[in-house]
Design a protein around this ligand. Sequence first.
Ligand code: NAD
Length: 531
Amino acid sequence: IHPTAARRPHAITVQSENTLYSDEHITAKFQNRGSNVTVTDGQYMITPTVQSYEFQTKRTVGKTGLMMIGVGGNNGTTLCATILANRHNIIWHTKEGVQQPNYIGSLIRASTVRIGTEAATGKDVHVPISDVLPMVHPNDLVLGGWDISGLTMDKAMQRAQVLDYDLQRQVAPHLALLGKPLPSIYYPDFIAANQEARADNVIPGTDKQVHLDHIRADIRKFKKDNGLDRVVVFWTANTERYSDIIPGVNDTADNILAAIKGSHSEVSPSTLFAVAAILEGEPFVNGAPQNTFVPGVIALAEHHQSFIGGDDLKSGQTKLKSVLAEFLVNAGIKPLSIASYNHLGNNDGHNLSAERQFKSKEISKSSVVDDMVDANRLLYKAPEIGPKGVPVAKGEHPDHVVVIKYVPAVGDSKRAIDEYYSEIFCGGRSTINIFNECEDSLLATPLILDLTILTELLTRIKYRDLSKGQDFAPLYPVLSLLSYMLKAPLVKPGTEVVNSLNRQRNALETFLKACIGVEGNSDLLLDTRIW
Ligand code: NAD
């Protein structure tokens, strides 16, 4: 995956009356097929449905910026340093030999999709996901952002202790050109007290409206100074405590704006950044677990038709869990308990050693098996619903615990230990133990890239419902198509969260293919099953 190898013009052409190409757009017709089910007395009545849509993708990828909140942290500095290493093709020496920069771990840059079969050979044809539609190349992202720590980016990279020394040495002069992060909003009540010593680069005062205006001005200036068409604003700062949801304060769009004006104590820094991005019409992604998107923020994003996505990067343990739990339940095996222990020694771990910040992480790690359990009522008893539709007894669920401990010695190399204890045939038991050791920031960084690239792409895609004869409109502002990279996916209020990694990837793949008019490419492989 050489950085320059991927810089070719859009490589796919679909020859079909359903797909139209103009200089400006790719427009494709799509049939959304589903089934309506009515359940009466244990009988399922199914009516197949089909709805016709059209997707329109703007072909020109504008100049794109990425402004990270927490840019001076492990993820922020690792992302900037590795992009610069790729951009300048810096190779470095490790004890194993010479290492080239790459984008391994990025779904967009390092994985492929099956696009069809070759007519001559009948063999599957796979293409890089980044070839399906025009997408921004990570090397082209303009980087910037805020941090409450004022260390320059080269020094902050050294502090993170993530990258090999020889890479640090060579990339430092490039990173130094990024200078110091912009001063940020610091409310000590929201992150752990142990972070206080870092906070030497903060916007003065306590007036939250002034802080909001300051961040909005930063975004506008960054856009103007760099001639950008789009800026993705990305929270990769410390995990905050949860904000209380208070009626009249953060429950509606108007209330949250009023609460900011009144400097209400429950408005967190991350919520202020999200509101700033929404009001500037730029997308905001939350890479940490806290409830930045209080109901008022979601309503504001809807009102301004501005894109938001979250929550919490799904890098290691949870990603595996969303695969393993689904594998077990779909195999007809019944997990009775899932016990997860983590220890890590980086600054994120330090912050998470405080109770309220750990709580945010615990919540985001906890719901990951819920949809698999709900999908199999042969194994798990359903909740009992009383005569008035109110649940009278809880449904069955595996015991699920999550523990995180701070062990400074292991630094950025996180340890995750998971036990899956399951019921098997006729009263038998099976235990699967996983011990996973991984360099945390090197797993997380490619996810930030994927989220940024996809978010930028989704701002260029419009749709219309052909049965309604409507004009092309942007997608719904909560970008649940980003779920694959997120631990606790934010979805349209009232719709179900999908945690299964396979289903999340399928959704994305199907959507990207639909935008070029390729459908029905399932694993049925009918021609291999018939004469
Ligand atoms: P880090 O502690 O190294 O970096 C966070 C940075 O945020 C620090 O430089 C800190 O000074 C800064 N910061 C704190 N509050 C701020 C504010 N209000 N404004 C601006 N900057 C602020 O942590 P990290 O390892 O880079 O992780 C970042 C976030 O991503 C954490 O919330 C973590 O939980 C989340 N996350 C990380 C991973 C992973 O695998 N690394 C996975 C999932 C989620």
